[in-house]
Design a protein. Structure first.
Length: 322
């Protein structure tokens, strides 16, 4: 009896997978067309996935957006469902007897890489649960499926930045490079509170490209050139140079049609409050802006002004010398 009960119990096993948010400093959208971009790990906000064994023949999802069996996962989370199944296939494990709990402090659809971070944390959590080593290329292959579902034609920058501990120089079909930071740079990130649709924003540029390729190409090429100049400015620790190029990048993003009056308003507010530069970050059309500030004290002033202007939340962010 007592012995019988003990034999029926499966020992509880738990594993955790984590991934942080990302910030694109410069090059969003242009990166889809093969131009280089710079992105930072944004470690203040992150996703945590807990994987546990449970009784039964299903995989149960516990998340703020959905709670239930994997087979009934809502359409907008199908990419993640697929990512779970593919990961289990790679691990040669059955698709039952697991509970996957997802919690995240990364606001969704704000250009902060929440979809990539969730998929990364999921794959890491599942590999940890089955005590398997996860190579970076395995991680990228598995996460790419979920990202393609979320973004259509992702460049891959989100998953690279959300899985990297350091700033990255990213260009499609090239090896990711380290970005030298010659002095600390301070930023304020502000969430407009509005969900941006990266899929639609990328598609809107693609549609324009098909009608007037020269116009789009001009902005895209210039954004690539600006990314190179920002890289030089970061290495030199020159915040004025970096700021000047970030402001120019914002003009091109506006020309490409991915800024909007709400983001323009936050950009103006940040600059008026003393930021050296401000631009949208990520897919745009909602989502977040980032502002470059001289120091943390000014950052506080800019953050307060952004909240006054309607930002839902702000974060101060410093990229250290490296
Ligand atoms: C989204 O964070 C960045 C975009 O450039 C899309 C992508 O690179 O996949 C807008």
């Amino acid at each position: 009896m007592k012995v019988g009960i003990a034999m029926l119990e499966t020992p509880q096993k738990v594993a955790v997978g984590r991934a942080h948010s990302k910030l694109i400093l410069i090059g969003e959208h242009a990166v889809v067309y093969g131009q280089p971009a710079i992105a930072f790990p944004f470690k203040q906000i992150e996703v945590k996935v807990i994987v546990k064994n449970i009784e039964g023949n299903t995989i149960r999802i516990e998340s703020p957006f959905y709670q239930g069996p994997l087979e009934q996962i809502p359409e907008k989370m199908e990419g993640l469902g697929d990512c779970i199944l593919q990961t289990l296939k790679v691990l040669e494990q059955k698709t039952s007897g697991l509970e996957i709990q997802i919690s995240s402090s990364i606001p969704i659809g704000r250009g902060l890489g929440s979809s990539a971070a969730i998929a990364i944390a999921l794959v890491r959590g599942l590999f940890a649960f089955f005590n398997q080593e996860l190579s970076n290329s395995q991680l990228m292959t598995l996460v790419e499926r979920a990202e393609t579902f979320a973004h259509g034609t992702p460049s891959g920058i989100d998953m690279m930045a959300a899985s990297s501990a350091n700033p990255i120089w990213f260009q499609k079909q090239h090896v990711v490079e380290h970005v030298k930071i010659g002095a600390p740079f301070h930023f304020v990130v502000a969430d407009s509170g509005r969900v941006g649709d990266t899929y639609a924003a990328v598609k809107s540029i693609r549609d324009k490209y098909e009608i007037k390729p020269e116009k789009i190409e001009e902005s895209i090429t210039l954004l690539g050139k600006l990314a190179l100049e920002v890289r030089q400015g970061l290495a030199a620790g020159d915040s004025q140079q970096v700021g000047d190029k970030l402001n120019q990048a914002q003009q091109h993003l506006a020309l490409l049609g991915v800024s909007d009056p709400g983001l323009d308003g936050l950009v103006d507010t940040a600059r008026t409050a003393g930021a050296i530069a401000a631009k949208l970050t990520g897919g745009g059309r909602g989502g977040c802006i980032l502002a470059l500030v001289e120091n943390e004290q000014l950052g506080k002033k800019v953050a307060d002004a952004l909240i006054q202007a309607g930002a839902a939340q702000t974060w101060q962010y410093t990229i250290a010398k490296c």
